[in-house]
Every structure is written in C-alpha cells, then in structure tokens.
Design a protein around this ligand. Structure first.
Ligand SMILES: [Zn+2]
Length: 275
C-alpha cells in the first residue's frame, strides 16, 4: 500500500519535501489531530500523463476553476494527520487531475491500487488560490495551512486584531521578519472555517501578502516550494514567540525602534510600509 497513489513516486524530491515539512508542522505543535492541510501544483513535473496511470471516476467541483484545467495537484487527504503525512506520505496525499474545463477532478491511480482517499475538505479554497496563482503567472506552487500557537494567541487579544498593529509588532521583534516578510501578514477577521467568505477574504489578502493570518484560527502561506511557505510562517511565529516570552517574564518587549526598522528597510532596498 505504500505506492498508494500514482505519480508521487516519480517525483521523489517532492515526496521528500512534503514529508519533511509535514514533520516540521507536527514537531512545532501546529498540527493537532488532523489540523492543517497542504497542496502542491506539480503540473510542471509532467510533460504528459504517464501511461501507467489509471483514473478514478470524475468528481464534480462546486465552482469552475477554468485556469486549472488539465493541471495536476498533490493535496493532503481529508482527516490526514501531519505526523502521518510525514511518515507515510503515499497513504495520506492524493494526486488530482483537474478536468472538464475546471469543473471536475479525477484521482490518478496505479492499476494495483484498490481504494482511494478523498482530498481535504478545504479543497475548494486550495483550488481557488492555485487558480489565482496560475492566472497571475505567479511562481508560488505550494499552499500550507497550519495552526501556529502564538500567532493565533495574538488574534485573541482585541488590540492586536488589526493588520497594521500586528505587523508593526511582528516586524519590531526581530530583523528577519522585517526582511523576509517585508509586506507583512494579511489579516483576515474571524470567519467560519471552510466558508466561501473565508476563501474570498484570503484571496483578497493574497493580493499583497504571502502569509495570511486568520483570526482565532491559523495561518496560510504560499511559496515556490514547501520549505519556503513553511519558513514564512515560522519566521512570523518566532516574532510572536519573542513577544510573548517577554510578556511571560513580566516585561513589555521594547521592539526595534521605528527609526531602526526604517534604516534596515532602506539598507535592504525594501519599501517602507504604507502609513
Ligand atoms: Zn485550520
């Protein structure tokens, strides 16, 4: 059963990359039970569909994703645990072929496969984001959603539930956040998980950001590969960690002064944030 899905065995570097990052998410404590999901547009790895592939019956999608037609996506399975993705990726990830003008998908299987697994229930959100990335010809191919503890904790404090307030805090906690997440996090006020409203708000936030923070829920990041998307969340979470470590010690973090952040941005050629 290890060769549960087709395709992934033919892209070992992607298998390794996803498994490694899934392990990081679990080790970080950001992936309780089946929390989080991951998808990877792997179309570029295939000139054409390998001959030995077999197909499941098509499954209709709730929306049409025209720009994803004939694209191939690896998506974590519904109910899958990141700790299991890390150790047995083949049994916890699906390879989907988008067909019928973007109105349906089918799973690609090898002939010996005896049962299928369903993709994450958040598939429509992942497809909507991949479609946006494709349409805009952006280089990002990976989407990671996870539950980083301290970033979520910050969104339980009303005074931080503002994009500018939370970004100014996170930037000021360490130079790396200012340099590597220079555009800041996109902040999305609380919306129900899996809802169209959350998907739409996330698409809007991704216009200007690579990391989106969902109030009282978690984070979503895009990257050219899985480690890149992970790193963005990890850097932001580190800032939140420094912030709370100071608070827990009974102090208010001083933060890097604004004048020094400005100088840092200038020296790295980063635009100053809008007021
Ligand atoms: Zn979640």
């Amino acid at each position: 059963m290890r060769e549960f899905i087709a395709g992934i065995a033919e892209i070992p570097e992607i298998r390794e990359e996803i498994a490694t990052v899934a392990g990081y998410l679990w080790d970080k404590g950001w992936a309780e039970r089946n929390a989080g999901n991951l998808s990877y547009n792997v179309t570029r790895f295939y000139d054409e569909l390998p001959d030995e592939f077999d197909f499941e019956a098509p499954v209709s999608l709730s929306h049409t994703f025209a720009h994803l037609n004939n694209q191939l996506l690896l998506v974590t399975a519904t109910g899958s645990r990141m700790r299991d993705v890390a150790t047995d990726i083949a049994a916890n990830i699906c390879l989907l072929h988008i067909i019928d003008g973007g109105k349906a998908y089918r799973q690609l299987l090898k002939p010996e496969v005896i049962k299928t697994i369903a993709p994450t229930s958040e598939l429509p959100v992942h497809l909507a984001i991949h479609e946006k990335l494709c349409t805009e010809n952006r280089p990002e191919k990976v989407i990671i959603h996870t539950h980083p503890n301290r970033l979520i904790a910050m969104t339980h404090i009303r005074e931080f539930c503002s994009q500018s307030v939370i970004n100014n805090i996170l930037w000021s906690m360490q130079p790396e956040t200012c340099i590597f997440i220079h555009e800041g996090l996109g902040f999305v006020p609380y919306l129900q998980t899996g809802s169209d409203a959350l998907a739409q708000a996330t698409l809007t936030a991704l216009e200007k950001h690579r990391v989106v923070l969902w109030e009282k829920h978690g984070c979503l990041a895009i990257g050219e590969n899985a480690p890149e998307a992970f790193d963005l969340i990890d850097i932001a979470e580190k800032s939140a960690d420094i912030f709370f470590t100071c608070r827990n010690a009974g102090f208010q973090a001083e933060g890097i002064p604004l004048a020094d952040l400005k100088k840092l941005r200038d020296s790295f050629g980063i635009a100053q944030p809008e007021e």
